[in-house]
Design a protein around this ligand. Structure first.
Ligand code: S3P
Length: 169
């Protein structure tokens, strides 16, 4: 039987990867995974705890391991953490194992979508916009490098974006 394809969503915090990914998986009858959730269930701790105890370095080791394991599967939609692409190993793995979709949006949208959310340790600062801008400068070229498809998620609903992805696959 032909291998079932995988779809991997990449992009910054607040791009809508998890929400859009859930819709996409439902529409395509694929299984949905979220790398942050998987890290939490494997470690028994939330992401902030992992950052506190093991630092960002420890978190990245866990993240790369989880992505490596999940991408062994077939027929999944995976929402990756926004920083996962800083690892070349992760970028290569995603490219090799599925279709990589970069969800792109504006810094304004990212700020609006993440401001009520206390789960992201990198944004627990006085000026989250500055952090998001700095990360965008470092990471946008990496998202672009690894993307098979780039989709904007500015004003459309998650369902509409999921439909657009399906049309353009
Ligand atoms: C991070 C993004 C988060 C999470 C962690 C670090 C990042 O995931 O993995 O807080 O470095 O951009 P989301 O992109 O799902 O918010």
């Amino acid at each position: 039987m032909a291998e079932k394809r995988n779809i991997f969503l990449i992009g910054p915090m607040g791009a809508g990867k998890s929400t859009i990914g859930r819709h996409l998986a439902q529409m395509l009858h694929l299984d949905f995974y979220d790398s942050d959730q998987e890290i939490e269930s494997r470690s028994g701790a939330d992401i902030s705890w992992v950052f506190d105890i093991e630092g960002e370095e420890g978190f990245r080791v866990r993240e790369a391991r989880v992505i490596n394991d999940l991408t062994e599967k077939q027929g999944i939609v995976l929402a990756t953490g926004g920083g996962s692409v800083i690892s070349k190993e992760v970028r290569n793995r995603l490219s090799a194992r599925g279709i990589v979709v970069y969800l792109e949006t504006t810094i304004d949208k990212q700020v609006a979508r993440t401001q009520r959310d206390k789960r992201r340790p990198l944004l627990q600062v006085d000026e989250p916009r500055g952090v998001l801008e700095k990360l965008a400068g470092e990471r946008n070229p990496l998202y672009e490098e690894v993307a098979d498809l780039v989709v904007r998620t500015d004003d459309q609903s998650a369902k509409v974006v999921a439909n657009e992805i399906i049309e353009r696959l």
